[in-house]
Design a protein around this ligand. Structure first.
Ligand SMILES: NC(=O)c1ccc[n+]([C@@H]2O[C@H](COP(=O)([O-])OP(=O)(O)OC[C@H]3O[C@@H](n4cnc5c(N)ncnc54)[C@H](OP(=O)(O)O)[C@@H]3O)[C@@H](O)[C@H]2O)c1
Length: 283
């Protein structure tokens, strides 16, 4: 049972303290309004974001650039889209370079990181985002489709995380894109879900391997996000998702970029070796 007298005393103490606290807050904000602005969280730091020509990667590149990071934008085939991401960043006063690289190719991934290090002096944030989604039931999945998805999502992630493990500077962040689909994968998604489960395992092991270097390693598991990855499967793939989602809509690339920015910020510094579900409550 609650102690009514003591609850009342606590409430009264808070009521008396509140105006004083408010006065302190406004004095503090008056002080800060004349002070220099705080440096951006990414000031003087650099981020490599694989698959940042569109979708979640593009939104993340723009968000991290806004937070002060110099950004290496990577693409596979869509050079024009990727170049537009670089122009958007530069138009807002940020710094970015553009590099084509197939993440499935270890030499290309090494060259991607070399280009970043050459331009910006090193890497502080790696967002292992490039990925493809091919769906099909076991009985109809072809060898070629299975192998292509494994090469991009699993071998590609391994290539990116290996460079990240070798190069990320003290205090850095390494973030991989998993998927909420790993919780309860529907029929026809076994191979894709397996590649996204690999991101959780890779991140959890790498977090331990990098212990003592102040680098956090996590994965993010988005729910359905409105990008080409889903839209390529037709409107059908999106039907009913807003209705089934407790927050009432489809995810946007910026929703995931915000979570990545949180993990990169000082406020996210204590999150390490985790898989963070970000899905509006779906699943
Ligand atoms: N959208 C979702 O609902 C959702 C949900 C959960 C997880 N995810 C994950 O989030 C990540 C991003 O997804 P998205 O929806 O933003 O996808 P998207 O819009 O299809 O964009 C994919 C990006 O990856 C790049 N890419 C593909 N294969 C590559 C390769 N071999 N080497 C380098 N880059 C490559 C593409 O480059 P080009 O443009 O040059 O082809 C593009 O920039 C993926 O790992 C995906 O599995 C997405």
């Amino acid at each position: 049972m609650p102690d009514t007298d003591s609850s009342r005393r606590t409430f009264m103490a808070l009521a008396v303290a509140a105006p004083a606290a408010l006065a302190l807050t406004s004095a503090a904000s008056a002080q800060t309004s004349t002070a220099r602005p705080l440096p951006l969280p990414g000031a003087g730091r650099a981020a490599v974001i694989t698959g940042s020509s569109r979708g979640i990667g593009a939104a993340t590149a723009k968000r991290l650039a806004r937070d002060g990071y110099a950004v290496t934008v990577n693409y596979l085939t869509n050079r024009d889209l990727a170049a537009q991401v670089v122009r958007d960043i530069e138009a807002e006063g940020g710094r970015a370079i553009l590099r084509q690289a197939d993440v499935a190719d270890p030499a290309a991934v090494k060259a991607l990181f070399d280009a970043n290090d050459g331009a910006f002096g090193g890497v502080d944030v790696v967002v292992n985002n490039a990925g493809i989604m091919i769906v099909g039931p076991f009985a109809r999945m072809t060898d070629a489709a299975f192998d292509r998805m494994m090469a991009t999502n699993v071998k590609g992630s391994f290539n990116v995380l290996r460079e990240a493990a070798r190069r990320t500077r003290v205090g850095g962040r390494i973030i991989s894109l998993s998927s909420s689909i790993i919780k309860t994968p529907p029929p026809a998604t076994a191979a894709y879900a397996a590649t996204k489960s690999a991101q959780v395992l890779f991140s959890s092991v790498l977090a331990k391997e990098l212990s003592g270097r102040g680098i956090s390693v996590n994965s993010i598991a988005p729910g359905a996000v409105d990008t080409q990855l889903l839209r390529q499967h037709g409107e059908e793939a999106l039907r009913g998702i807003p209705e089934q989602t407790p927050l009432g809509r489809l995810g946007l690339p910026e929703d995931i970029a915000n979570v990545i920015a949180l993990l990169c910020s000082q406020d996210g510094a204590w999150i390490d070796g985790q898989n963070v579900f970000a899905n509006g409550g779906l699943g």
